[in-house]
Design a protein around this ligand. Structure first.
Ligand code: ADP
Ligand code: ZN
Length: 215
C-alpha cells in the first residue's frame, strides 16, 4: 500500500505547485486531470474540440471523460503513491475514485483542502504565467518573470498563459467550484479524511503543512 492523497481547493489554490514538489521530493505520481485534458484538447478530433470549448468557458468536462482518463493513468503510472490534483471535482467522480482505489488495493491517506481567499485567487490566476518547459509558475505582481527573460528553474525563455486564465472563465470556474466541488469538503470530512491547511503562505510554508499531514 502506498500513500495516496487528494489536493482539494479552488482554482489558483496552489494544487499544481505543491503536487510538483511532492513528485520531486517523494517520487509520488501527479495525476492532474487539468493537464490530461489540456493534452487531450490538442488532438484534432471531435472530442478534442469539445473539451477545448468546455474548458475555455470554465465549465467542467463530463464525468465519464475525466474518470476514463484517471482510470487509464492509474493503470499505467503505478508508483510511490498518487497525488490527485484537480480530481475529483464532483461527487460522482469521488465515488468513482473510491471504486478505482479499491480495485487497486489502495486507499486515501488524506484529502488536503487548501484554503485561500477568493480575492487572492483572482489575483493569482489573472496575473499567472507558467514556464513552457518546466511548468514553474510566475505572477506579474507577486513573482514576475525575471528581467533577463529566463526561467529561474530551467533557464527556458518561453512562457505561456492559459486560455482560461481570464476574468470571465475564472468567474465560471469559481462558480463550478462552489456549486459542484465544494460539497466534497463535507463528504470527506464526514469520512474522517479531511485535513485543512492554510494555502495563503509562501510555497515552502504550505509545503511544510502538507508534509505534516503526510508524515
Ligand atoms: P484550475 O484548478 O486552475 O481551474 P485545472 O487545470 O485543474 O485548473 O482545470 C482546468 C479545466 O479543466 C477546468 O476548468 C475544467 O474545465 C477541466 N477539468 C479539470 N479537471 C476536471 C475534472 N476533474 N472534472 C471536470 N473537468 C475538469
Ligand atoms: Zn522553467
Amino acid at each position: 500500500m502506498t500513500t495516496n492523497i487528494i489536493l482539494l481547493g479552488p482554482p489558483g489554490a496552489g494544487k499544481g505547485t505543491q503536487a510538483r514538489r511532492l513528485v520531486d521530493e517523494r517520487g509520488m505520481t501527479q495525476l492532474s486531470t487539468g493537464d490530461m485534458l489540456r493534452e487531450a484538447r490538442t488532438s484534432d478530433t471531435e472530442m478534442g474540440h469539445r473539451v477545448a470549448e468546455v474548458m475555455d468557458r470554465g465549465e467542467l468536462v463530463t464525468d465519464d471523460i475525466v474518470i476514463g482518463l484517471i482510470e487509464e493513468h492509474m493503470e499505467k503510472d503505478r508508483t510511490n503513491g498518487f497525488i490527485f490534483d484537480g480530481f475529483p471535482r464532483t461527487l460522482a467522480q469521488a465515488d468513482a475514485l473510491a471504486r478505482l482505489l479499491e480495485k487497486h488495493g489502495e486507499r486515501l491517506a488524506a484529502v488536503v483542502e487548501m484554503q485561500v481567499d477568493d480575492d487572492v485567487l483572482v489575483k493569482r490566476i489573472t496575473l499567472r504565467a507558467t514556464c513552457a518547459e518546466c511548468g514553474a509558475v510566475y505572477n506579474d505582481e507577486m513573482r514576475p518573470i525575471p528581467s533577463d527573460g529566463k526561467c529561474e528553474t530551467c533557464g527556458s525563455t518561453e512562457f505561456k498563459r492559459r486560455e482560461d486564465d481570464n476574468e470571465e472563465s475564472l468567474k465560471q470556474r469559481l462558480l463550478e467550484y462552489y456549486k459542484k466541488t465544494s460539497p466534497l469538503i463535507g463528504y470527506y470530512y464526514a469520512n474522517g479524511q479531511l485535513k485543512r491547511i492554510d494555502g495563503l503562505g509562501e510555497i515552502d510554508e504550505v509545503a511544510e503543512e502538507i508534509d505534516k499531514v503526510l508524515d
